[in-house]
Design a protein around this ligand. Structure first.
Ligand code: MN3
Length: 266
């Protein structure tokens, strides 16, 4: 994939996150100030009819599949709630800046297309292979809406019975699933995601590049981990395997995975 399919702002932000000093600095304060302004601007609904729905969405953190425009949901926990496995600084950049950029760019690129007014899932599936700019941003918006909910403080631990059984049926064992999921994330060359998805009624492990997801592989994602450097470089530097292990062992919100599994098999 050529880099010119990405809006300049995303590349700039990826570099910015990578180069950011870990201590507080005047420059960082300035960037955070900018972010707050951008959030305020981004919150202005492009279509006034959906303002109430967007407000409701923001207060409950529910993915906005049925809404007309994309909005940045609040994180379902405080920015520092996932420490020590994912830092406050990572979530400030990743949620407040990177996800916001996908929302803003996605809304701009959606205007005037045949997908305007469609559900987010339909925008993602419909624009794949047809409108790279829109797909990249809508795809990443979809992925991140769920990503925040796939994590929680004190995550990991016991897997709900029905999901555990489906994992064993599809993959062999919980250990094999964890091993396969981490391996998928480690071997995704460059930016992308690793996943658990439901395909033909079975739970599978898969991986995708950039903003793609199992939605464009004829499957339904039930768990995904972002392996773009912006998701782990501040906390783990080049140790992507350690990030993936911490994600699966200490961050996963299995109750949300269960919700998505139930929806996927309906
Ligand atoms: Mn990301």
């Amino acid at each position: 994939m050529s880099s010119n399919q990405y809006p300049t702002v995303n590349i700039a932000q990826e570099n910015e996150a990578r180069l950011a000093p870990s201590n507080e600095s005047p420059r960082r304060e300035f960037l955070i100030g900018l972010s707050a302004t951008a959030v305020a601007l981004g919150a202005i609904p492009a279509q006034s009819g959906s303002a109430g729905a967007q407000a409701a969405n923001r207060s409950t953190n529910q993915p906005e599949s049925m809404h007309m425009t994309f909005t940045l949901p609040d994180l379902p926990y405080a920015h520092d709630a996932l420490q020590p496995y994912m830092s406050k600084e990572t979530l400030e950049y990743h949620h407040d800046k990177h996800h916001l950029a996908y929302v803003t760019n996605g809304n701009n690129l959606l205007k005037g297309t045949e997908w305007e007014g469609k559900s987010l899932e339909d925008v993602v599936k419909g624009s794949f292979g047809k409108n790279a700019g829109l797909f990249n941003n809508a795809g990443q918006h979809y992925n991140h809406l769920h990503f925040w909910n796939w994590m929680k403080p004190n995550g990991g631990g016991a897997i709900p019975g029905k999901v555990e059984k489906a994992i064993i049926d599809g993959i062999g064992s919980v250990d094999k699933m964890k091993e396969g999921f981490i391996q998928a994330g480690v071997t995704q060359f460059g930016s992308g995601w690793c996943w658990l998805a439901v395909k033909d009624g079975k739970v599978i492990v898969t991986k995708t590049a950039n903003g793609e997801s199992p939605l464009v592989q004829g499957a339904t994602p039930i768990l995904g981990c972002d392996v773009w450097e912006h998701s782990y470089y501040i906390d783990y530097r080049n140790r992507r395997p350690d990030y993936l292990k911490a994600f699966i062992e200490n961050l996963v919100n299995w109750a949300y995975v269960e919700e998505m599994y139930e929806a996927a098999i309906k």
